[in-house]
Design a protein around this ligand. Structure first.
Ligand code: CA
Length: 334
């Protein structure tokens, strides 16, 4: 299903193509992730794409949130203390959009309520709220028109099997939104991403989606889906992925050859040869200026992604340092 061309219309040869910058959860390094403010700031930072994670409300509306649960990024436990399930978690799916709009978003917190990234937005007065996928798409569309830009969207269908079990087809809802804003389809400036390989197949075969699709690859222990990510990274796995997807979104931790790394050498993990052999675009996650791999500077990491891994871009919480690196490396910011 590989198109041979990136969304920005450049050739697939990584040596010639621009290194794609994806604003991960908006400008999440600076403002609470997935708020419209975070998306607006991301737009101003001039990424190639802005990412939206999507979950579905009780009234079947797609909202932009990273998790099917609410408590790590909102004050749900104060506003609706009784509304958790037996596992003590608060599910987006159990709330209507009207109810979700009464919540305040805050910087991501851990299970004990402590901010995960200490140096990020720490205020509590500004009222960041949950927004729908349509609101995010409209915002980016309008800003594109007003500033004559072509920033694309990069939505992720979160936990599709969970949603199907809840009686709602999250992928169809996301595709409908993509198509209604001209971001979708073969010529749309977007990538649709998912961690669930069965769902990626369904997106092509059942939902007949023709736009660009990226298969995300994690660790089996994260339990993101029933997909066997170890198998996905084999020769057969990559060949299977290439039948349905245009690219892969691998985790940084899977990119380097572990044996070489032990000897202090930086070498691409061998499974990536299978991704390249199948012409899959490679967009690893996540460049975080405040959580770089140990002993590595930002430019070193980006250099490795580009020149050793031959990645075609990166998801980043921090667009400006990646832009600066791209600009310096290419001279004219190309
Ligand atoms: Ca995501």
């Amino acid at each position: 299903m590989s198109t041979g061309v990136f969304a920005n219309g450049e050739a697939l040869d990584p040596a010639e193509a621009q290194f794609t910058i994806v604003a991960h959860r908006g400008a999440s390094g600076y403002l609470p992730e997935h708020s419209l403010e975070s998306t607006t700031l991301a737009f101003a930072q001039e990424p190639d794409f802005i990412e939206q994670d999507v979950v579905i409300t009780k009234d079947d509306i797609p909202v932009v949130l990273h998790d099917i649960h609410l408590e790590t990024v909102s004050n749900v436990e104060q506003v609706f203390p009784q509304r958790h399930r037996e596992d003590n978690r608060y599910y987006v799916r159990d709330f209507t959009l009207a109810e979700l709009r009464t919540l305040r978003l805050h910087e991501r917190a851990d299970g004990e309520g402590k901010q995960v990234f200490k140096k990020r937005y720490s205020g509590a007065k500004a009222n960041f709220t949950i927004a729908t996928l349509y609101e995010h798409f409209e915002l980016i569309s309008e800003l594109n028109r007003e500033f004559n830009k072509r920033v694309g969207v990069y939505p992720e269908v979160k936990s599709p099997a969970f949603h199907l079990n809840e009686g709602v087809d999250a992928s169809k809802i996301v595709i409908d939104a993509l198509m209604s804003y001209d971001f979708g389809g073969e010529n749309g400036n977007s990538f649709l991403q998912c961690f669930d390989f069965e769902e990626v197949k369904r997106i092509r075969e059942e939902l007949k989606y023709s736009g660009k699709v990226v298969m995300l690859i994690g660790e089996n222990s994260w339990a993101e889906s029933s997909t066997d990510y170890d198998w996905l990274r084999t020769k057969e796995g990559m060949e299977a992925v290439a039948q349905y997807a245009d690219g892969i979104g691998p985790w940084l931790g899977h990119l380097l050859d572990p044996a070489a790394l032990k000897k202090g050498e930086i070498k691409s993990a061998s499974w990536l040869d299978n991704a390249h052999a199948n012409q899959l675009a490679i967009h690893p996650y996540t460049y975080r200026q405040d959580a770089l791999p140990e002993g590595m500077t930002g430019p070193q990491l980006l250099q490795i992604l580009r020149d050793v891994i031959k990645a075609n871009g990166v998801f980043t919480d921090h667009v400006p340092p990646v832009h600066e690196w791209r600009h310096q490396r290419d001279g004219m910011g190309k």
